[in-house]
Design a protein around this ligand. Structure first.
Ligand code: LLP
Length: 432
């Protein structure tokens, strides 16, 4: 009935998350509120881990792409589940380290790492730094040299694959700001350069073709293209690279009509592509890394709002305004991302209203959803937007100086605060 197994309806007709009544959550913690089901997050993490065990005999590591939802508690849960971490900025690295995340299981990404970030990553002793461009390679070599260290790296490759997803979240095609292109020879040049640098140890390559992808074939193709490149590298340089990071991007359900591939299926067919191509080309099967973000936290989270005004413009539309908006969820504005909307206290009732869910920002485009079916809501009702666990909190802003919401984690019938609600004081603390 709902987009995620962790969501249901209780005997009062209230929407529940991990068995917890969401109307009570809103009452106890206030709104807007991000709420997560810890069990669902752990289940997702374990499913990915199991797929590495089953398909590669455990010769691999799942890295949680922390950009999807980064906070200390999330880092602790990932560590507890035996996952590594993909971080993409000094801020994400700092968060992970401050949560006690083991540095050697942190992979540092980014297409334009600053000198300070490179230095921080080397000092922390992160597992791998994923180099994006020649300037960065040079900087890594010289900074590592000055510190008397070796930079353990992967190179980010654009495999030239055009994944069918929103333009802004496609990354594997040649016209992308990320990584080295294969077609132009740039990638091979980068490999040779990395191999020649004294303070760099090239462990392998990385690719990520995009996000919220529903098809298997682009992933299989990426694996094939990458293994072919491993074979070419072996032929041209004699180097056999040990690791292959295939990135993330696995789609999740935002609407009931969405049909993502089951993750074990995806893993199985990509592993088959990796192994077949390795066997055919005489390349050893590398240590495999995958970087799911959205699919670990996305549908394990939802946002709760309180409805303010309900404004019907006859013959035009009905606006349901909530106490949050683009500040806590900019994804509709950015990508026209669809969401399932439920009136939390009337979850069993029919959705016989078609409404536009509007935020409270001073901006006409501040919408969470347009023309969405929802139960007949009234001012004061709690409204739930489902599948907001990924790229909501992490993309939130303080536009209009609206404090960012709190986040809670639900587990075994209890709920705990994991991120405090911002205060007005927080909003001005850096003002001078
Ligand atoms: N690895 C790399 C190198 C990435 O760039 C990303 C996402 C991931 C892994 C994780 O992808 P996931 O499994 O979460 O799809 N803000 C957009 C999504 C941007 C994704 C950026 N990179 C959104 O809200 O849809």
């Amino acid at each position: 009935m709902f987009v995620s197994d962790c969501i249901s309806v209780n005997e009062n007709g209230h929407l529940t998350l991990g068995g917890y009544d969401t109307v009570s959550l809103a009452r106890e913690f206030g709104t807007p509120l991000y709420a997560y089901d810890e069990e669902q997050i752990r289940k997702n993490a374990r499913a990915y881990k199991k797929s590495i065990d089953e398909n590669y005999g455990g010769n691999g590591l799942v890295l949680y792409a922390s950009k999807a939802f980064c906070c200390k508690e999330m880092c602790r849960i990932c560590n507890d589940e035996g996952l590594g971490l993909d971080v993409v900025s000094g801020g994400e690295l700092y968060t992970a380290l401050s949560a006690g995340f083991p540095a050697e299981k942190i992979y540092f990404h980014g297409n334009n790492k600053t000198a300070a970030e490179i230095s921080e990553a080397l000092d922390a002793g992160v597992g791998r730094i994923i180099a994006d461009n020649i300037t960065e390679l040079e900087m890594l070599n010289s900074t590592a040299g000055k510190k008397g260290r070796t930079a353990n790296i992967l190179l980010r490759i654009k495999p030239g694959i055009d994944a069918h997803t929103h333009d802004f979240i496609r990354t594997g095609q040649i016209d992308s700001k990320f990584g080295f292109a294969l077609e132009t020879g740039e990638a091979m040049q980068a490999v040779k350069l990395a191999l020649s640098y004294p303070n760099i140890s090239l462990a392998g390559l990385h690719c990520h073709i995009g996000s919220q992808i529903f098809e298997l074939s682009p992933f299989e193709l990426a694996a094939k293209v990458m293994i072919e490149f491993y074979a070419e590298i072996k032929k041209e340089t004699g180097a056999e690279l040990d690791e292959l990071d295939l990135g993330g991007g696995f789609g999740i359900k935002y609407l009931d009509s969405d049909e993502p591939v089951a993750y074990p299926e995806y893993m199985k067919s990509v592993a088959a592509a990796v192994k077949e191509n390795c066997a055919a080309l005489g390349v050893k099967v590398p240590f495999i890394l995958i970087e799911p973000g959205r699919s670990i936290v996305g549908s394990a989270g939802l946002t709760l709002y309180t409805v303010g005004s309900v404004k019907t413009i006859p013959g035009v539309r009905t606006y349901v305004s909530v106490d949050g908006g683009m500040g806590d969820n900019p994804r509709y504005i950015l990508y026209q991302s669809p969401y399932e909307i439920v009136c939390a206290g009337k979850a069993n009732e029919k959705k016989d209203l078609i409404a536009t869910i509007a935020g409270k920002c001073c901006e006409s485009g501040d919408l969470i959803q347009e023309n969405a079916p929802v139960q007949k809501v009234q001012p004061g009702d709690t409204l739930a937007v489902l599948s907001t666990g990924a790229y909501n909190y992490s993309m939130a802003s303080n536009y209009n100086r609206i404090p960012r919401p709190a986040a809670v984690m639900v587990r075994d019938g209890s709920a705990r605060l994991i991120i405090k609600r911002e205060t007005y004081e927080n909003l001005i603390e850096n003002d001078i």
